[in-house]
Design a binder for this molecule. Structure first.
Ligand code: G5P
Ligand code: MG
Length: 211
């Protein structure tokens, strides 16, 4: 598989993180999740903005992505999960891709708005390995405990009904134009995200491994 940049797009709760982890485990392309990286930074400003459902400034996020993609494990390509989310970020990524000499493929994981609420409010994450569970769709073997690490699962501060609403509005306003940007430039593929997780993965794998 040649070196490339995969951009996973999709609404909050579409399954970007779930699928990016599978691609990382099975195809060896590192997952770069700006949401996870920002949560790990946990400065007060970032925490407050993330918890509100609004976006962090382009400058902060672009800096994080520049630093992370400069690490050696990205030489053979990587999967971006949650980036770019604005046109400014998308333009910066195009410059980076050109400088790195890597082609870019954007894939939209398309999910009906009606299923997102349960996916988000039901989500629970492991604080150790960031494994993703869902009390409705993918419950852990023992209630509220991570299968892998045996520690209590956590709920994200932005996974409450009112914050989910803000996140969906932010997505429509600021990130939907990025999808159009990739469509206009002939680089967008769409995968039906309303299937079994493994079926979605197989659809993605075909696109990711296609030369
Ligand atoms: P994040 O962290 O990027 P979002 O809102 O874009 O957050 P989120 O919520 O992480 O995206 P996801 O990764 O698409 O969603 O979804 P997921 O975690 O894999 O799955 C959601 C739930 O559905 C889980 O419970 C999972 O088990 C279940 N599920 C997954 N797949 C399936 C399936 O196939 N079937 C079923 N039935 N269930 C499934 O960003 C958070 C914040 O960080 C900042 C912003 O403040 C943002 O709001 N941020 C940025 N700010 C500026 N620029 C950027 N680029 C930024 N990136 C992050
Ligand atoms: Mg995610």
């Amino acid at each position: 598989m040649s070196s490339k940049i995969i951009v996973l797009m999709g609404a909050p709760g579409a399954g970007k993180g779930t699928q990016a982890r599978l691609i990382q485990e099975r195809l060896g392309l590192p997952q770069i999740s700006t949401g996870d990286m920002l949560r790990a930074l946990a400065t007060e400003d970032i925490h407050t903005t993330q918890a509100s459902g609004r976006l962090i400034s382009d400058a902060v996020v672009i800096d994080l992505v520049r630093q992370r993609t400069a690490v050696d494990d990205c030489l053979n390509g990587y999967v971006l999960d949650g980036f770019p989310r604005t046109i400014v970020q998308a333009e910066m990524l195009d410059q980076m891709a050109a400088a790195e000499g890597k082609p870019l493929k954007a894939i939209l994981i398309d999910v009906a708005a009606s299923v997102l609420e349960k996916r988000l409010t039901g989500r629970r994450n492991c604080p150790v390995g960031n494994e993703i569970f869902n009390i409705y769709f993918k419950p852990p073997r023992t209630d509220s405990i991570c299968d892998e690490h045996g520690v209590p699962l956590r709920q994200r501060a932005d996974d409450t009904i009112d914050k989910v609403q803000v996140r969906l509005e932010t997505y429509e306003k600021q990130t939907a134009p990025v999808i159009d940007y990739y469509k206009r430039t002939g680089r967008l593929e769409i995968v039906d995200g309303d299937q079994e997780t493994e079926t979605i993965y197989e659809d993605l794998k075909k696109i990711v491994t296609k030369e």
